[in-house]
Design a binder for this molecule. Structure first.
Ligand SMILES: [Zn+2]
Length: 284
């Protein structure tokens, strides 16, 4: 999981269907929904704009054709789920006893057509189903409507109360996941440990999205073989006094934000190429 856009890069404008303004579709959708939200008549709510083809295209451009949570490529396999960071409908938390999703609030319907609230996810990170984790345990994984908070008492029921919430789920459009997630060379993932212990946000994100599911760990391990081959060739070239041209190009391509498993690739580069990073001009 990485941050989009990277620090210093421009935040892209909302795609046309989501723009505001007096005649904007987003405004019309909000105005249609307002009385039904006030009366609690959920059946009359309309949430269609976020699914517009232009919105999907804009999300593909921003995130590349990959899942924002696990960084698996969606190319040639699935269009990807347009996922609301804060759920547009009922919000849930994980029940620690049963491991099932437990509804906790009516959610954040006013953010249904908010560009900054939209993400792109693969089916396995988003849709709840029983999967095996890296330790061999079976549990329900998939973000779906999960939105845990550090303090449930601060749960927002109105737009202006959102700023008081301390979300546990990492938002790749706001947060730097690198501060909260750590990898092993074998493709494992854990909450990064700091002075205050393991990151609660990292742990919650791993649990909600199943970032430690066994098949995903296996995919990262396969990916490591490609990355490590490039790293070994680069080190060999440098030690022999040669320029690592093609191998460095390969590694730079693997580090490009739209490539798969970039956060994990950065981990491997920092771990195994650190004495050479300055010479190569790399700062992953
Ligand atoms: Zn995913």
């Amino acid at each position: 999981m990485i941050r989009y856009p990277r620090r210093g890069e421009t935040v892209p404008r909302p795609p046309v269907p989501l723009r505001g303004g007096k005649k904007g579709n987003a405004r019309k959708e909000r105005e249609h929904n307002a009385p039904h939200l006030a009366s609690g008549d959920k059946d009359k709510l309309k949430f269609g704009l976020y699914k517009h083809d232009d919105v999907r295209q804009a999300l593909h451009q921003l995130f590349g054709r990959k899942c924002v949570f696990c960084e698996s490529s969606l190319l040639g396999t699935q269009p990807g789920d347009i996922e609301h960071y804060r759920p547009k409908g009922e919000a849930s938390v994980l029940d620690p006893a049963s491991g099932k999703h437990r509804p906790i609030s009516a959610g954040y319907p006013w953010l249904a057509a908010s560009w900054s609230n939209l993400l792109l996810s693969c089916a396995d990170c988003n849709r709840p189903r029983r999967q095996v984790d890296g330790a061999g345990a079976v549990r329900v994984m998939g973000k779906s409507c999960l939105f845990p908070l550090a303090d449930e008492k601060a749960r927002a029921a109105t737009p202006w109360a959102v700023r008081r919430e301390a979300a546990l789920l990492l938002n790749p459009r706001r947060d730097d996941p690198d501060l909260h997630l750590a990898f092993t060379d074998e493709g494992g993932i854990t909450a990064r440990r700091g002075e205050g212990g393991a990151s609660a946000r990292g742990a919650a994100t791993i649990t909600c999205c199943g970032l430690d599911r066994a098949e995903l760990v296996e995919m990262r391990l396969r990916h490591a073989k490609t990355v490590m081959a490039a790293i070994r060739h680069i080190i060999l070239a440098l030690e022999q006094g040669r320029e690592p041209d093609d191998d460095l190009d390969d590694l730079l391509a693997l580090l490009a934000p739209h490539s798969s498993y970039v956060a994990f690739t950065r981990h491997l580069v920092r771990t195994h190429l650190s004495p050479y990073l300055d010479k190569l001009g790399l700062a992953p």
